[in-house]
Design a protein around this ligand. Structure first.
Ligand SMILES: [Zn+2]
Length: 290
């Protein structure tokens, strides 16, 4: 696992899913790990990094319950684990679907996942001694999403609420809710933004530009789909996909073949279509999608 120093005492650590990023923050008194990676090996590398700096790996934030953020839990047994109070249900739902998709055993995955010990609804502040981390809800990618903000350094660990290596992903969340979270983050004066997947963004201008693009991407897809469904409520997924083509929505921002971007874009489009069919009363309940 490669560790990159962002500021004195603040690091990000790459995990292997689509340029994934974990975080490590060292205060004077304590260390905090943000997400534990995709498997026990990655979790153990994070814990070792903390120990080598002279700290106990005894505090962790889980930004949400998705597999690539929680499955490196073994090395953090006994730690205080902070997360949204919504994580319990969503971690289980997600891991069940993940297990089905990958042909794995749900019970084994759930046992491997780090479990929260301290959950919150609104905000939570963690004082590491000289570094204060504010956790706040940022749902949309998933309902249990939170971000970790180092206000004094204007550095945000955004997790999958903001992604720079892949197109915005909604998974078990909601695109309009994600847009709200992105808008809220755009109002903060962030100087360094660590996304859940992709390269770190530096400087408020670059951060504003990226967030503005992500918001426009989601709303452009939604209006293209709304138009199709208004004209033809029975439009199927193929018609929907044609109305929101990769080239028009994404242009040169991402190569089509990187991280299966084409199918990631399609997944986001079809998720927004499912939401839109509910909003327009075409179907009663969103089927959602993984
Ligand atoms: Zn996720």
């Amino acid at each position: 696992m490669a560790f990159t120093k962002l500021l004195a005492g603040v690091y990000c650590a790459d995990h292997r899913v689509a340029e994934g990023k974990n975080g490590v923050i060292f205060g004077n008194a304590r260390a905090l790990v943000i997400d534990v990676g995709t498997d026990p090996q990655e979790g153990s590398e994070l814990a070792t990094f903390v120990q080598q700096a002279g700290f106990a790996p005894s505090r962790v934030v889980l930004t949400h319950g998705h597999s690539d953020h929680v499955l490196g839990g073994a090395a953090f047994e006994g730690a205080e684990v902070f997360a949204s109070s919504l994580i319990h249900d969503h971690m289980r739902q997600h891991l069940r679907r993940f297990a089905e998709r990958k042909g794995l055993h749900y019970a084994e995955l759930l046992a491997q996942a780090l479990k929260p010990t301290i959950t919150f609804n609104d905000e939570l502040t963690i004082d590491l001694g000289g570094k204060v981390v504010r956790l706040f809800p940022a749902p949309g990618h998933s309902p249990d999403g939170i971000c970790a903000y180092l206000e004094q350094d204007r550095l945000l660990f955004a997790s999958d609420t903001v992604v720079t290596g892949i197109v915005p992903a909604i998974n078990d969340g909601d695109s309009a809710v994600l847009e709200n979270s992105l808008t809220k983050i755009r109002r903060m004066e962030i100087e360094i933004l660590v996304p859940g997947h992709g390269s770190v963004l530096y400087g408020s201008a670059a951060i504003q530009e990226w967030l503005t693009w992500e918001i426009a991407y989601l709303s452009s897809i939604r209006s293209a789909i709304a138009e199709v469904l208004a004209e033809k409520p029975s439009a199927d997924d193929e018609m929907i996909a044609l109305a929101a083509p990769f080239q028009r929505l994404i242009g040169g921002r991402f190569p089509k073949d990187r991280h299966n971007m084409d199918s990631r874009h399609r997944a986001t489009v079809l998720k927004i279509a499912a939401e839109e069919r509910v909003h327009q009363g075409i179907v009663a309940i969103s089927e959602g999608q993984e």
